[in-house]
Design a protein around this ligand. Structure first.
Ligand code: PMP
Length: 364
């Protein structure tokens, strides 16, 4: 069978080396004769795994010592709620910048939990002529006192990415579910970073939280104990039974990343992959991108066939060529190629080749 390249936005493909290793040790982890899924999270072997995972992510992202790294339940949406309940309290206000579907969903959760009078929003996408462009106002000129500003630097559905670091007088909370570890960032500029694992880290359900210690003195709303950052810190992310298999796979992905040269090497490769695809999309009249050049996501490449009546045929033919999960999100239509860290450049080459052939066949 020839290779299948999976462009799913998440749960997304994981590195093939990691999957092979997991398969090999599925029934016998660490010479114990049982699966990693079947051992106590408090066993010394599993604790060693978690310590190594934390050390590796700290190294990969250069996380300063005054930040905690938490491995929590509940994916990205779990953190939409946790951030509000841990940081907003009963009186304060938060600012949410909206650049697409997920930051908008984060606003909905914040309003649901805290009420609309505690949540201000600013839409930061300009859609002039059907092209999405991010325009961020000068936050320092707003003269407001927010507990935090929340934003999503990579909008998975819309294919919009914000590459410049925010300049904010308030702690920055970033939903990096779909671009964590895809490029180097300066963690010290953030109050809190969170990411659902199912794109660049591992299986769904797990979320990674990187939080600055001083923020944990913020007032809290009453909340479920398993979403309480202070309890998670106090119990080393084991207040209740953690998602152990997801944690194990995340640990393996971190080792894989280190072996590949870390985030700097990934950034270079991700740049090459995205450039290949966008250059091809721009080079012909058959396909189009609807995102301004400076905001085109390097993880989720959204594009449209100019003749949208060919969409179903495109998906069908792509699948027949081993290129799966290219359909855009139902809310925006078109196509989306998610090319996270685990996607090899060969997958992007195969996609470009297919797109070229499909265009040649269907152009009049
Ligand atoms: N934020 C972003 C940027 C996402 O892409 C997603 C999921 N695709 C979520 C949040 C929600 O994650 P989950 O489904 O794990 O709750």
């Amino acid at each position: 069978m020839s290779a299948t390249y999976n462009f799913c936005a998440g749960p997304a493909m994981l590195p093939v080396e990691v999957m092979n290793k997991a398969q090999m040790e599925l029934l016998d982890w660490n010479g114990q004769g049982v699966s990693v899924m079947e051992v106590s999270h408090r066993s010394k072997e599993f604790i060693a795994l978690t310590e190594q995972a934390e050390a590796d992510i700290r190294e990969l992202m250069s996380i300063p010592n005054d930040y905690h790294v938490l491995f929590m339940h509940g994916g990205g949406r779990g953190q939409f709620a946790a951030v509000v309940n841990n940081f907003l309290g009963n009186k304060g206000k938060a600012l949410y910048l909206v650049d697409g579907s997920w930051s908008s969903a984060a606003v909905d959760e914040a309003v649901k939990l805290a009420g609309s009078d505690q949540v201000d929003t600013i839409n930061i996408v300009d859609k002039t002529n059907g092209i999405n462009r991010v325009v961020i106002p000068n936050l320092r000129a707003l003269d407001k006192d927010y507990r935090y500003v929340h934003y999503c630097p990579n909008e998975t559905v819309d294919g919009i990415e914000i590459f410049d670091e925010l300049d904010s007088p308030w702690p920055i909370v970033a939903d990096m579910s779909s671009n964590i570890m895809s490029r180097q960032i300066d963690v010290s500029r953030y109050g809190l970073i969170y990411a659902g694992a199912q794109k660049n880290i591992g299986p769904s359900g797990l979320s990674i939280v990187i939080v600055k210690d001083e923020l944990l003195s913020h007032p809290q709303l009453a909340q479920a104990s398993i979403m309480d950052y202070r309890l998670a810190v106090k119990h080393d992310s084991m207040y209740n039974t953690p998602p152990t298999f997801a944690w194990y796979l995340a640990a393996e992905v971190f080792k894989w990343l280190k072996g590949k040269g870390g985030v700097a090497a990934m950034e270079k490769l991700n740049q090459q992959k995205a450039e290949l695809l966008y250059t091809f999309i721009d080079s012909n009249d058959f396909y189009e991108s609807r995102v301004a050049t400076e905001n085109r996501s390097k993880m989720n490449v959204t594009f449209y066939l100019r003749d949208e009546s060919l969409n179903d045929e495109f998906i069908k033919q792509a699948k027949a060529n081993g290129l799966v999960a290219l359909k855009g999100h139902r809310s925006v239509g078109g196509m989306r190629a998610s090319i996270y860290n685990a996607m090899p450049i060969e997958g992007v080459n195969a996609l470009v080749k297919f797109m070229h052939q499909f265009a040649a066949k269907h152009s009049c």
